[in-house]
Ligand binder design. Sequence first.
Ligand code: 5RP
Length: 218
Amino acid sequence: MTADRKKQQAAQAALAHVREDQIIGIGTGSTVNHFIEALAAQKLRIRGAVSSSEATTARLKTHGIEVLDLNSTGELDIYVDGADESDRQLRLIKGGGAALTREKIIAAASHRFVCIVDDSKLVEVLGRFPLPVEVIPMARAHVARALRRLGGHPVYRESTLTDNGNQILDVHGLSILDPISLEQAINQIVGVVTVGLFASRPADVLIVGGETGVVSMT
Ligand code: 5RP
């Protein structure tokens, strides 16, 4: 089975967590794109969606799903998003699609974070996937030096500008044994907008698509 088919299965299973009349936070990426397709096909009468990126906004609008401003919705019942890695405590690395800042904001504003992945994303220790860090452009070199002092090897993701007009450093070579401490340490570096570690606020449910179907972890 392809990774894409596994993502599609996980996305389909996430529909079981959605109720009519909810406003849903929606992430970014190929797995979430399957979720949007499934949501549109199901014809559930949701009240609307809060989007984590311009790309997701465009896709939601294509399906006639109303996109709402988080400033006017209050807290969200549910947030559905993919991830680049998850450990067994549902702590995540996100940001492969450069949407980490808005994703983290929506995750923080949601009661329930349902994360959908294929089984290649599940790891024992986070860090195989290079950790994305969104930075203010003028601080890029300063932040890179600080990340090196923390033991990482930051690489500038050239030709990528986030929806917020910022740049991304991908930090290689980390074995993240204490994700909460590392998230806090990177957050302290002046010039960092967001680190793609979702450990202080992990997922609440992880739906993993694999060869034999989906498994839900809480
Ligand atoms: C975007 C993300 C995505 O959730 C992550 O990159 C996974 O993407 P995909 O579903 O395409 O594998 O964090 O910033």
